[in-house]
Design a protein around this ligand. Structure first.
Ligand code: GTP
Length: 275
């Protein structure tokens, strides 16, 4: 019997400052990150997930979480991290409506076969948009229908929405999650209980990981990769694969604070020769 553990890769994208690094840390370690650094290139964390936990099909999988820096200054080079992609987490800040509106542009940027090269003129993540740009923006329903990549939408900073006692800047109805047919989670990334085992949101997240794994299995069985997001580009990482089982734990036992051995983190810097 083989000891190897299969893996899937999930991209986390969204505007700079929405909380992707905090969220990635929370998912991988089950604890909050108080002072995240500005992500240059991509920050990678790995989590061990039990596929279909509690059923006869239960099986461990590595979930690679690619937290891509959202800064506009790296827009031209970040597409090196987009392929291959098995699932996408779209992240927005619940106190910043623009970060939600920009998610369709992020989605388009990832799902474009050539990344930056086929980027629509009307889509410019993080930049000021004209009325004409809005008209040209792509329709997530059409695009996602063809790609069928599992998508999860996550709204951060729920604590700030409550504290300010302001109406939510983003409504679930009619939002990008509904347009894509995606599940949605709103949370406070600074509170480790947000996605603690047994909560509704932890179950949603676990089901999303299961869907990503199922989709990858289907892709392998049929030999058809619906999104067309294949690994066309070369990139360098600062650590090697595969992961060491002893370095990775499941979410269930990852609640011990500051344990550096629970997940592996790799920081990947974009190098000029990969473009
Ligand atoms: N109050 C509150 N602050 C949050 C939450 N999530 C993230 N933050 C804060 O938001 C700031 C930005 O978080 P990051 O995780 O660095 O954001 P990012 O999306 O990775 O940003 P880039 O690296 O620039 O792409 C940090 O000061 C976090 O502590 C949240 O749920 N609630």
């Amino acid at each position: 019997m083989s000891n190897t553990i299969d893996k899937v890769r999930i991209l986390l994208v969204g505007d700079s400052g929405v909380g992707k690094t905090c969220l990635t840390h929370l998912i991988a370690h089950g604890e909050s990150l108080h002072r995240p650094g500005w992500t240059v290139g991509c920050n990678i964390e790995v989590k061990l997930h039990e596929y279909k936990e509690g059923t006869p099909q239960q099986k461990p999988y590595f979930i690679e979480l690619f937290d891509v820096g959202g800064s506009l200054s790296h827009k031209n080079s970040r597409s090196v991290f987009y392929a291959p992609t098995d699932g996408i987490i779209l992240v927005h800040d619940l106190t910043n409506r623009k970060s939600h509106n920009n998610l369709r542009d992020w989605l388009f940027e990832i799902l474009s076969k050539e990344g930056k090269d086929t980027y629509k003129p009307g889509s410019n993540v993080g930049a000021h948009k004209t009325a004409n740009d809005e008209q040209n923006a792509f329709d997530p329903e059409e695009f996602v229908g063809a790609a069928q990549i599992p998508i999860l939408v996550m709204g951060t900073k729920l604590d700030l929405v409550d504290e300010r006692r302001q109406p939510k800047t983003v409504q679930k109805a009619g939002g990008i999650a509904e347009q894509c047919g995606a599940e949605e989670i709103w949370l406070n990334c600074r509170d480790p209980r947000s996605i603690a085992a047994g909560t509704t949101d932890a179950v949603k997240l676990s089901r999303f990981f299961d869907r990503v794994i199922e989709k990858k299995q289907q892709t392998r069985d049929t030999g058809f990769y619906g999104s067309g997001i294949t690994d066309r580009r070369r990139y360098n990482t600062t650590s090697t694969m595969p992961y060491n089982m002893t370095n990775i734990t499941t979410a269930a036992n990852s609640m011990k604070p500051n344990s550096p051995t629970q997940t592996q983190t790799r920081n990947v810097l974009i190098e000029p020769n990969v473009l």
